[in-house]
Design a protein. Sequence first.
Length: 1035
Amino acid sequence: MLATVWANAQTLISGKVTSAEDQQPIAGANVLVKGSTTSGTFTGADGGFTLSVPTNTSLIISYIGYQAQEVAVGSQTNFSVVLIPSITSLSEVVVTGYSSEKKKDITGSVSIVDVKALKSIPSGSAVQALQGQVPGVTILNSGAPGSPSNIFIRGISSFGNTQPLVLIDGIQAELNDVSATDIESVQVLKDAGAAAIYGVRGSNGVIIVTTKKGRSGQPTIAYDAYYGSQRPLQGNVFNLMNSSDFARLTKVAYPTTGLFQNGLPDYTFRGPGATGIGNTGDAAVDPAKYNFDATNPARNYLIQAVNKTGTDWFHELFKNAPMTSHNLTASGGTDKSNYMVSLNYFNQQGTMLKTYLKRYSGRVNTQFKVKNNIRIGENAYFFYKQNPGFDNLSSGNPIAWTYRAMPIIPVYDIKGNYGGTFAGPELGSSSNPVAVQMNTSNNKTNAWDVVGNVFAEVDFLKHFTARTSFGGSIDNQYATNFTFTPYNNSEGNTNPNSFAEVALYNTNTMWTNTLTYANAFGKHNVKVIAGSEAIRNYGRAVTASSSGFFSTNYDYLTLNNGTSNVTNISSAYENTLFSLFGRLDYSFNEKYLLGVTVRRDGSSRFGSERRYGTFPSVSAGWRVTGEEFMKNVTWLNDLKLRGSYGVLGSQNNVSPQNAFTLFGGSFYDAYYDISGSGKLAQGFAQTNIGNPNTGWEQNVVTNVGLDATVFNKLDLSVEYYKKSINGLLFAQTLPATAGGATAPTVNVGDIQNKGVDIGLTYRGTVSNDLQFSVGANITTYNNKVINIPSPTYFETANTQNLGNVVRNQVGQAVSSFFGYNVIGLFKSDAEVSASPTQSGAAPGRFKYQDVNGDGKIDASDRTFLGSPNPDFTYGLNLGLTYKRFDFSTTLYGSQGNEIFNTVKSFTHFFSTYVGAKSNDLLNAWTPENPNSNIPKIESTGSFSSSGVPNSFYVENGSFLKMRSLVIGYTVSPLLLRKYGLNKLRVYAQGANLFTITKYSGLDPEVSGLSSSFGVDYGNYPSNQKNFIFGLNVSF
């Protein structure tokens, strides 16, 4: 994107750029004529460059991660330049809103991601690898292949969608679907000073990704690959009883149980008119009686052998699984054009059966210099992926069945069909988790996507650049879902099977035009950008289903082969956004900095009177070290103070049709017998209640900070931020008398986030052979709901056994847990009598706090029990190179967050669910064990035991994870040249090698919706160990 200079007296020069770190050539280094933003070139694969320059000028040579160097040209025509690894990030070039600038000149809050560290996390998603890399960015991952991560930039800013805007080469796209190998740089814009130029799209922050481009020089081919194994969590992960203990304690809870009256039986069975238990030799469990007929379940006679040691359901569902990635890249160019082409294959088989992500992708980036001042190009990315997906947010997911199914039930019955609760008495209603998951084999999701843009740039009148870009994305998806008849379950075993098909497409088109003026004169440096942007989103979807299929063969499954009527539904949406924007960046004497931004957005999501919004910001900086009084302070190489204030908008949580009242025609929606004739009348019914008065969410953001470089070794950034979100968009709760129409989204309340971000990087050199680096970041975070209309709260996170466990209320953090505070267990009848009145109070049951002191325990004594919002999160990145060996590790932690563990509502009470139970019950309260904190074993529940949400389920969720440990070796280039290779590096890697936590569940990293996260239903763990071997080779 750089043009060679047009000057009268030109000199042709050449040179080579290498790294002081490993003496390797640096491909893609930026060689720029000093004082120009457009006159220069890039180094090729061999580090070489040629360039025509004016006489008596200087070159600025830079590359991400290295210190820039200034070289005077003079009469010399050939140069050898050695770049030293950067000990300060202040000179790095940062891609910001529609332009780029050096970080030392930035007045907003911008974090630069270490791409090397980003690539060190083996994952199909670059989002997961961002965790712990950037202060102010919180990422909650799921272990399920392909599952999206929750990203919060400086906290939760909404009750709905809080995901930041992700721009890949200027086009809005999903970072989950990008190969990390293709990424050149990543920047995170966190405040209004940096993000306001994106207006309503930037309210949750902006992640800007730039992919690799071709460089001038000989063609380079690179191959990057790895293969590894993922290991599920080991041990008794839910701390569940074995079969013997389970049988013994079941008799305590149910003294009259027939299942375990005489200890553990050998078999359980069920047939027409008969069910029971039996031992070897009993006629009732004679294998000759066994019968299984999927087409006629009423004739089934199922027999299963009791697993007397106990079925380890978790490890029957989770197995070791492979993961592999292969990336092939070809790049090159001349002074007139460049190209980069990449192909990637990624295959991650999940440790849970039948979960996977397969992705085939390609990228083509090209650029052509039509004339010295005219450039055209394109960036295109396409992929096809298969990913069935997984739902964490339900106690009905397959993982949840692993702690609910009894240990005595076998995976398979005596004939190899699935075991389950149907084949015997008193086995409860749990599902066989292996059967549930294996029966998803016909659930397939396929996606074909194309993302990209074409652009043209023209330099004119020396200081002006005009650019136009047109692009977007096309997303096509096709999915199937087949529901088997659960013949092995005690419930639903006669339900007909069913099959559904879904087809949809989404399109996003974006046309962006900018005009940039950049000029430096005297002590003044000015850059002005003005532009317009038009965006259109459109999509359609259709779903159809049928049931009663004779065959479960996938090739047989078409809707016409079902025995029931085909039902179908379709939908469509469209929304548009038109914007005008401008930004002024000014610096005086490289000491005093000013940035002013304004953007005006118009969105079709709002009514005509509320459609437009104007979003301004202003930021300023002072480079203190540029002052005369700092010249003798040699230990402080650079110090910049900066601050910003601005307003952003948001439209993320309002549907395109929200302003309009809609009607639809259906027997299901319009069945009232208005004629009095006793016949259904087809007609139109209200389906959506419109609200034309809904307006933008408004985010008012203040940020102050400093950037410093100390002893030319340590980079430090410290920021304080305050973000006030006013007019939150949220679906209004309507009374039942309003009917079944969808409620409108309205502006209902306010949230405030504030905290401190600290980031530091230290690079040291012990000797020519030994260098090291330390990167650390920490973010404190305080979240509070400021306003919600009467009754000033709403409850969510509805659980199966306890109801809603989260309350969002004024004065509290978003997604706070709410219920009764347990202050112990009643030890005696005397203690019950001496305590405030409490329904169901008895020795061995929960004793609740009388919060309001009125002498009785009732709903008014419910209180806030904790929050999943951490006090602070932190990351640590360590790097070491010794000769040709390299070592690196990444750690990530969260402190002060709580988790609501709903798993305990199943495993710690016989009264809530007939199924597996925790070993904690071996130490349950008894008159002989009065100091236990585990309630007594009993078959009936009450307000004082298992009936209501309370602090028994709230646990400390703080953790520290080692996300990655890498050991690599780079082969000597002298040896490689004999074989025509430029580089060969081999490495071994471990991921998630340890998790330090007090949390009793699978993984303390619990995701969820923004208004109800931190509730653990038995989520797919993201802390499973991975062991990887890989190589990087280029020639």
